[in-house]
Design a protein around this ligand. Structure first.
Ligand code: HEM
Length: 455
């Protein structure tokens, strides 16, 4: 029997010409539409996005094979990679081949648990600024969580990549690069879903704003590049991602120009901001609606932190086992990154299904990293005794799994410990219920809370 090909896969009903693109764009919840079709058609099906076809799969063997067989047989989708390059953000997330190996080698040490321990002070500083901001808001006043946590994660990732203090948390309304940087992720998403690459012919005002942010970030990197090169050439230890990039390029005799360094930094800033802000905001939403979880955290932080306002060192943080369970449970219930878009880098045959699947080079895959089934109740305890068996891969898998997952865990743990140790959290639904919307990540919408000091 011949091996099935993409043309043999089922597809949901779609429109002539546009195919399934309008259905996927509708409502800002593309992942839910993909799960719905998966329920009707089975784990592997195809969709048409204008003239091109993509394979959608939630089949664990296919997803695992594709994630594992990188960078040789599979790669990130070329169209997505081009969008990132054209935005001036070429770096680890979209690099391929030797370029990817080189960038991965430089990124991973700086994001290891040991290095993050050294960078702990930066994260504590940002968390304490957030505590001060929320204390100053006054008891019972609505706090719009996502806005504040976007600036929190941006400040942290800015410190770690560049050794630069964006001072974003304390300046919600002041002008600064922190106000402008989020335009990069939104431009990336807008272009990735645009039916035509119009920006190659003309720039809309939003594109011009993105260009200006790329130039501004480039100037920031340029201001630090020469000094970082001098320090790394003198054998000093790296203290940020820019340092590690430069050190690695010197160690391996692979020159890294200033524009290349700027692009790699932009790539990391975008990769490190939105997913983590989404994870942290979902966590606050669950805490607000589960006072019993807040009480358990407070009991744990009272024991570990005593009179201190927040964990000031990595050793204290690592004793907060229940807080860690809350972050893991949040990621189980609301994975911020439920799908990943890949492409076959060569003709190949995938295992599974009825006789496998033959795919041609260039075939695009939307991998469902989460199965989208009802996650059941929010119960952090499940991570303490008997961690749940889950087929979800919130951080991807294989050689390109997310290198920032420890950083995201630490940021969210610091945030949760700080907020529960210092405040009680009540939901504020005065502006409507909490929803979700997928852009670069799946964000909760409309998470407002009222905080009251407990100490
Ligand atoms: C909860 C927060 C986060 C989630 C859910 C998340 C999720 C993911 C996922 C699903 C991937 C794709 C993995 C794959 O292709 O197998 C990824 C890749 C990546 N993430 Fe994260 N991420 C998070 C936080 C971060 C942070 C804080 C950073 C920055 C330090 C970061 C940097 C990256 C980079 C650079 C890649 C590309 C790695 C490569 O291609 O080698 N992420 N992330």
């Amino acid at each position: 029997m011949p091996v099935p090909t993409v043309a043999d896969l089922p597809q949901p009903p779609g429109l002539p010409v546009l195919g399934h693109a309008p259905a996927l764009a509708r409502g800002g919840t593309m992942h839910r539409t993909l799960y719905g079709w998966r329920d009707r058609l089975g784990p592997t099906y195809r969709v048409r996005l204008g003239p091109s076809t993509a394979v959608v799969t939630a089949a664990p063997d296919l997803v695992d094979t594709i994630l594992r067989e990188r960078p040789a047989t599979f790669r990130r989708a070329t169209y997505l990679s081009d969008v990132i390059d054209e935005l001036g953000g070429h770096g680890l997330f979209n690099a391929e081949g030797n370029d990817w190996s080189r960038l991965r080698r430089s990124a991973v040490p700086g994001l290891s648990v040991t290095s993050l321990r050294d960078a702990f002070g930066t994260m504590v500083r940002s968390t304490d600024r957030l505590r001060e901001l929320w204390a100053a808001a006054g008891p019972g006043v609505r706090v719009d969580v996502l806005d504040d946590l976007m600036r929190y994660t941006l400040e942290v990732i800015g410190g770690l990549t560049l050794g630069h203090d964006l001072d974003a948390v304390r300046r919600p309304h002041e002008d600064g690069l922190h106000q402008r940087l989020p335009v990069l992720a939104s431009t990336l998403v807008r272009r990735a879903y645009s039916p035509l690459p119009y920006w190659r012919w003309f720039r809309l005002p939003a594109d011009r704003r993105a260009d200006a942010v790329v130039a501004e970030t480039g100037a920031l990197v340029a201001g630090r590049y020469a000094d970082a090169r001098r320090r790394m050439s003198a054998g000093e230890a790296p203290t940020c991602y820019l340092d590690t990039l430069i050190k690695s390029s010197l160690d391996h005799d692979e020159p890294l120009t200033e524009p290349e360094a700027a692009a790699a930094v932009i790539n990391m800033l975008v990769a490190g901001e939105d997913n983590t802000a989404a994870q942290a905001t979902w966590a606050i939403h669950h805490l607000a609606t589960h006072p019993e979880v807040q009480a358990k955290i407070r009991a744990e932080t009272a024991e570990v932190l005593g009179d201190r306002a927040l964990p000031g060192d990595a050793a204290s943080l690592s004793r907060l086992r229940y807080v860690e369970a809350v972050v893991k449970e949040t990621t189980r219930v609301n994975p911020p990154s439920p799908y990943a878009i890949m492409e076959a880098a060569e003709d190949t045959t995938l295992p599974g299904g009825a006789g496998g699947l033959r795919v041609a080079r260039g075939t695009v895959f939307i991998l469902l990293l989460d199965d989208g089934s009802d996650p059941g109740p929010f119960q952090p305890e499940r991570w303490l005794s008997d961690p749940p068996a889950t087929s979800s891969r919130p951080f991807g898998g294989g050689p390109r799994f997310c290198p920032g997952r420890n950083l995201a865990l630490i940021e969210s743990m610091l945030l949760i410990a700080m907020v529960c140790h210092n405040f009680t959290i009540e939901p504020d639904t005065s502006r409507g219920p909490v929803g979700e919307r997928v852009t670069f990540a799946v964000f909760p919408t409309n998470v407002g809370v009222r905080l009251r000091p407990v100490r």
